[in-house]
Design a protein around this ligand. Sequence first.
Ligand SMILES: Cc1ncc(COP(=O)(O)O)c(C=O)c1O
Length: 367
Amino acid sequence: MLDYIRNCLDDLKSKNLYRSLKDRDEMAVDFSGNDYLGLLYNKESIEAGRKAAKIYGSGSSGSRLLSGNKAIFEEFESQIAADKNFESALILNSGFIANASTTQALSIPDGVLIFDKLNHASMYFGIDPTRAKLVRYKHLNYDELEDILKKYVDCKNKIIFSETVFGMDGDIADLRALSYLSQKYGALLFLDEAHATGLYGKNGLGLSTDFEFDPSKTLVMGTFSKALASSGAYIACSRLLKDYLIQKSKGFIYSTALSPFCIGAAQYNWRLTKTLENERRRVLELAGVLREKISDLGYNTIGAETNIIPIIFEKMNDALSVNQKLAERGIIASAIRPPTSPTPRIRLAVTAAHSESDLERLLEALK
Ligand SMILES: Cc1ncc(COP(=O)(O)O)c(C=O)c1O
C-alpha cells in the first residue's frame, strides 16, 4: 500500500500535478478567493454569527435528525425557500456535501444522471455507478444535451445537472435552454449556484431567480462559502424532494449539523446581499475591464463573462511560473491543475474588496 502511495506522489510531482498547502502572505493582494462581495471581515456579519453561537452553542452537537436541529436552521430554510421561489429548502454542511449527497441520493436504479462535462467534482463524487448511469454532454452544448435526452426518452428517472456560473471557466449556462429541455423531456433539473450566489439574479441570490422553472421538478443548490463569506449550503426544492433528501442523503443523515456561528453569519449575509446592488455592478464592471486588459496583453482568457477570469496555458509549468512570478510581486493568483480544470490555468476572481489600484498592480505584474 505505502509503495503505491509513494509512487502515486512521485508520479504527480513528475507531471507538475502535485498540490501543496501554502502560507498566505497577508500583505499580498489576493485574486484567488471567492469572497466576491468582500464580506469576510464584515463586523455585523461576524456579530450575527457570534449571537447565534451564544444562543445555540459553538457547535450543533448532533446531526439534524438527532440533537442538531436548531430553530435557526428552519428559519433560514424558510427564508431561502421564499426568496428562491420554492416550497422548501434544506441546509447541508457544505456545497461539496450538498452536491455529493444529491447525486448519491438520486443514483436510483435505472436512473440516468446527465452532466455538463465541466460540472464540479463534488457532483461526480456521489454517483453510484452500480445503480445509475452517468452521461455527459460537451460544456454548454445543448444540442448534444437534447440528443442525449432523445436517446433516453423512455427513461423515467433522468436528471440534468449543471452549474449556473461555472467556477473554473467563469461562463454562464443557458438556463432558458435547460428549463425548456428538462420540461420537454420530463427530466428533473439540478442547478449549482455556488458562483452565482451574491452576484447574479434577483437580489443577487442566484441566476435561477431570473428564469421560470417547474418548481416541482427543479432543485437549486447554492453555497454559503463564497460570496456569503461563511460555510454551508442549501438545496431549494419541493417538499417532496426535500423529504426524500432527508431520508436518503448520507451527508445530511450521518454528519453533525453545521455550527450555529456559520448559519448566523450566512443568514445575515443572505439578507445583506439583497442591498448590495452597487457592489455587484462595480465587481462586474471591474472584471469586464480587467478581462479586456489581460487579453490585450496577449493572454488567453477564453470566453469568460463573469467576475471569474481564467488565463489558459498549454503547459502546467507555464501556469506555475506565472503564479510564482505574481507571488514575487505580492499577488496571489491560483494556478489550477487538471483535473480540477480541463486545462492548466491561472484563475482570477475579482471581488468587491479589490480597488482599482489592486487591478493596476496585477496588470503591471502580468505585463
Ligand atoms: C461549482 C461548485 N460547487 C460546489 C462547490 C463546493 O462548495 P463548498 O466549498 O461549500 O464545499 C464548489 C467549491 O469549490 C464549487 O466551485
